[in-house]
Every structure is written in C-alpha cells, then in structure tokens.
Design a binder for this molecule. Structure first.
Ligand SMILES: Nc1nc2c(ncn2[C@@H]2O[C@H](COP(=O)(O)OP(=O)(O)OP(=O)(O)O)[C@@H](O)[C@H]2O)c(=O)[nH]1
Ligand SMILES: [Mg+2]
Length: 380
C-alpha cells in the first residue's frame, strides 16, 4: 500500500470513528445531522403544524362513530382501459382512509363505463358510487378553435419532444379538468371533492378527515406536491393572466400568493404550480364569479389547444391569486405518489404513527424540481 493511500485510509477511519463517538455521546450532534436539519439545509421548513386531535374521529368496530360528513366526494376521471390502475388507487384510498369515512365516489368518462369496469370497482367499497357520462360540449375541442392552428401547435410540441405534445385527448382532459368537472350533473350536489387518478399510491394511514379540516378552517384548495411546469406548454399563458388581472383587479385576493408564482412581482411566471392529480378543494371556488370569468377568458384564447395548457397551472394560478394564501393548505400528513414523484410526510411522528410506506429522505419536497421552498416562504 503506498503512503498516500495509507494516509487517506487513516484520515477516513478517524472521521468515521469521531462521527460514531459523537453520535452515541452527544444528543446535539444527533440532532444536527437529523433529517429535519438536512431538510432545513435544503431550504424546506422542518416543522409542520400538527393536525389537531379533533379531526381524528373515533371509531367503533372500524365504523365512524360520528355522524358528521362533509358534503364531499371523490372524483375519478378514467377511461375503461384504466380499470386496473383505478382499482388499485381505490383499493389504497379505501384501506388507508375511506373504509372508515365512507365518502362517495363519482367516476367520469366521455364514453359509457363498461359493466366490467363497474363490476371491478363495485366490490372495493361500501360507499355510494355513481358513474357519469361527460357531455360532448364539456369534452371535445370547441368549434371556435381554428383546427389548422391547433395542428400547427401540436406538431411544434411533437418536434420539441414535449410529453403529450401531439395528443388531442390529453388537451380535452386538461380543459375538462380546468373548467367543467365541477359542473357535471353528478358533481353539482357536492361542495368538496378529492381528485384521484388511476395508478396513484397513498403511503400513510389518513385517520383524520381532510374535508372537515378544510371546511372548519375556511380552506379552498389543498395540495401535496408543487413543481415547475414545462414552459413550452404555456408560452402565452402568463401574458393572458396579466391582461385578465388588469381587466378585473377586484378579483385579486389581498393576501394572495403571487410570490409563489412569480419571482418578479408578477412580471414573469416562475412556472410553479400545485400538482393537480391530487387535489382536495372547494368547488364553490371554481363555481364562483372570479374563476368562472377567468376560465372563460382563458378558454376563449384557445391555449388549451393551440398550446397545451394544463389544469394544474390554471387551477394553481387561480387559487394563488384569487384566494388568500391562508386558504391554501399543504397536507404534509398525506403520503402520496403519482409516478415519478412522492410526497412523504416530513413530520417524523406522522410517518411512524400512520405506518407510512414511503421513504422520507426521498420525498419530492427536497428535490431541486420541487416548488416547496417557495411555498414555505409564503406561509413561513
Ligand atoms: N375518460 C378519459 N379520461 C382520461 C383521458 N385522458 C386522461 N384521462 C384521465 O385524466 C387523468 C389525467 O390523465 P393522465 O394520463 O394520468 O395524465 P398525467 O397525470 O398528466 O400524465 P401521466 O399520469 O404521467 O400519464 C387520469 O385520471 C386519466 O385517467 C381520456 O381521454 N378519457
Ligand atoms: Mg396521471
């Protein structure tokens, strides 16, 4: 062994020995290298306010012992071909949450659900299930869209290699989720919804009622993951948002979250948005005047088809601007995965007590592509 190698090994051995010595003898050292501290170093806040006990109703024989239920439903948009992924998502949300709460489900599709689809779902829950057909006007590309221009837009995004760049059905889905799902006749009777997609995972027990929490605390929108949008899908969107604000300054909430969306006080969009495949929200916000005007304004610009605007950015921009920041809720407690990203609770007690199957170290909150740091600064 040459001298340099021996020297390196000696130093390495000394560092490891000191590490273990300090680890077992000094609590401050253990604290200093803990996950929380690493989180802080990575710019994400470590402490999340605990969920008050009153949102954890008691159960007798696995049945909710309170009669209170929010006026709420799950909503799942799916194709018949999504049946396996949908079964898996429903199974997980039932096991982790809804076998106790029994909130109903609304499944939506632009085609009739097959008997096979309904049969596969019906055995998973004792909650009420409804299956709805989406009307043509709520789903398909509207006639005011110039198809030649839309095709040019699709070809451009295909050339640029943007995911779903050439897909018209993806665009129909994004527009439907932006402006129409809450107007479906089966959804009209509900105020609150929890959006679920096929093939997602719920990594922790959810023993509290997020709907009751939102209702009592006057929240309008809740998320678990925040990230950056692909700029090529929304080149003209922020310009239209700025024009809309100039036209209707009265809709801007006083304590809005512009700082989450923009690093230049509204001049430019930093692409941050809440990842809308998970959403728990108040539909009266989408049905209200500000959002109705906002959606109609943007829809007329045609960007759902000429570009590839996503419902995540549309919902996020509206929630961040038209609601005060204290009405937007980050649910640290809900461990959630939509490929390829996972939010895993930062709070260690939650992670342990709710028997989470996710790895907190790999939570997307700490990823460079996450917008969580910006959100933490808004509420911090
Ligand atoms: N009925 C119906 N549902 C659709 C269609 N396209 C997408 N969906 C549903 O809309 C939601 C979002 O679609 P996804 O394909 O998951 O889009 P995404 O989450 O952006 O992308 P990936 O999950 O990464 O593929 C899911 O619930 C899908 O099942 C469609 O053409 N018809
Ligand atoms: Mg998806």
């Amino acid at each position: 062994m040459n001298v340099t190698l021996r020297y390196i090994l000696t130093v390495f051995g000394a560092v490891i020995s000191i590490h273990y010595l300090l680890f077992f003898t000094h609590a401050e050292y253990r604290q200093a290298i803990s996950l929380d501290t690493l989180a802080r170093l990575r710019g994400v806040v470590d402490t999340v306010p605990p969920m008050p006990d009153r949102y954890y109703p008691s159960f007798q024989n696995a049945t909710l012992s309170t009669s209170y239920r929010a006026n709420a439903t799950f909503v799942i948009l799916a194709r018949n071909s999504d049946v396996q992924g949908t079964v898996q998502s429903v199974r997980e949300i039932e096991d982790r949450f809804n076998r106790r709460f029994r909130y109903p489900y609304v499944f939506l599709n632009e085609e009739e659900f097959t008997d096979e689809f309904k049969n596969r779902i019906s055995i998973l829950t004792s909650a009420k299930i409804e299956y709805g057909l989406i009307s043509k006007e709520h789903w398909y590309q509207p006639s005011f869209i110039d198809e030649n221009k839309a095709e040019e837009g699709r070809n451009y995004l295909i050339k640029e290699g943007v995911i779903y760049g050439g897909s018209v059905s993806y665009r129909n889905m994004c527009r439907f989720n932006s402006g129409f799902f809450f107007r479906h006749p089966l959804m009209e009777k509900y105020r609150w919804y929890w959006r679920i997609e096929p093939d997602v995972h719920f990594h922790c027990d959810i023993r509290f009622d997020p709907f009751a929490f939102m209702e009592e605390n006057n929240k309008v929108y809740a998320f678990t993951i925040a990230m950056y949008e692909f700029e090529k899908t929304i080149p003209s969107l922020w310009g239209h948002v700025k024009d809309f604000i100039k036209l209707y300054p009265e809709y801007l909430a006083k304590d809005n979250s512009m700082g989450f969306l923009s690093d230049s006080d509204g001049e430019t969009y930093n692409l941050c948005h809440f990842w809308s495949n998970f959403e728990i929200a108040d539909m009266s916000f989408w049905r209200g005047e500000a959002y109705t005007k906002f959606f109609e304004y943007l829809d007329q610009k045609g960007g759902f088809y000429y570009e590839r605007w996503g419902d995540a950015t549309i919902h996020s921009i509206a929630a961040a601007l038209f609601a005060p920041s204290n009405q937007i809720q980050f649910f640290d407690q809900i461990g959630y995965e939509h490929n390829p990203y996972t939010h895993c609770p930062r709070d260690e007690a939650t992670w342990r007590e709710e028997k989470c199957t996710c790895d907190p170290k790999r939570s997307f909150d700490y990823d460079g592509y996450s917008c969580m740091r910006k959100w933490d600064r808004i509420v911090g």
